[in-house]
Ligand binder design. Sequence first.
Ligand code: PLP
Length: 387
Amino acid sequence: MSSPDSDAPDAPRPAHPDTIAAHAGVSPDPANGALTAALQLSTTFEHNADAQTPLGFLYQRHDNPNQQQLERVLARLDGGARALFFATGMAAGAAVLQALPPGSHLVIADDTYFGYRALIARFLAPHGLRHTVVDATDPDAVRAALSTPTALLWVETPSNPRLKVCDIATLAALAREAGARLLVDGTFAPPPLQHPLALGADIVLHSTTKYLNGHGDAMGGALTFAANDDLAAACYDVRRMFGSSASPFSAWMTLRGLRTLPVRLERHCANAAAVAAFLAGHPRVAAVHYPGLEAHPGHLVATRQMRGYGGMLSFELHGGREAALATARRLQLFTNATSLGSTESLVEHRASIEGADSVSPAGLLRLSVGLEHAQDLIDDLAQALHA
Ligand code: PLP
């Protein structure tokens, strides 16, 4: 029987992400019939005397079987022509920036992951990458920023940590008019919650460290391209030459994790909605940032372009920094830890972790809502807010 992950030309090609994910890396091995993909750790592969590679592999830093297997599944889940897997989400994002022509201009949303903003300002601007920071929820501001010739418009939706939602289809049209490419960091809303390429984006970026792996035990990043074009080829070259490839083990773990992605996301979304509703009614809470709440400024756009509002939210406390830190200290089920998208719930005071350049409000706590029972999470928040 052919599996949906099979490369056979006559293999059934189910379009539904649940089915693609459930069969990720599951395809009978012709050598022994094993269903689950084997882990291939070899750093080198036999080639002909003239360095031709009859089986397509030369050296692990260039490509390896586990990585390619994962990339095929990612491309299908995102609806793209090609995906590339990297050692981390940072490495994936850096590859796009390094692949742009020297002196390029970049327009970047103000609430993108702080690591990318630091990377651009500290490491790439000194090498000639110019950038304009913009509120990507405001199409007029984006149009104005794009009046400078621009190679790339970079947005994140929902954003980290304020859960700002920008309209991907509108921004894709603006980018196209301006001759720029659109990259969407979809780490907070992986497929099947959001499909940026179907809305006109050129590249989707994922920190697979988060929901795609989903178990907090493998780093990784991915780029999925709408077209297998010159930028995709340049990013592949950057990965090969800068050595930002992931280990086969990370690829194998990520493929294993993403088999349950759609079902995990259902619970993440349901739990986050319940937690957001509880927080929105709490007298000590000044604001809740969750696109599933009707009061959220991006609610209508999110409802149009997402299939669920995700498992991430943040909230601000009356009493600012001290109240936020005291609440974070009192939480027992939510662990104070960075990262997100794993089975267990996490809390983080973003201003503390982001440091001097942080644009996060001082009284904001970010929650990665996990797979526990929603009532247990709400009870924990209730006790932490009550004291
Ligand atoms: N994008 C977002 C939205 C993130 O939150 C992060 C990390 O937290 C990254 C990208 C970077 O990913 P990684 O930590 O895998 O390098």
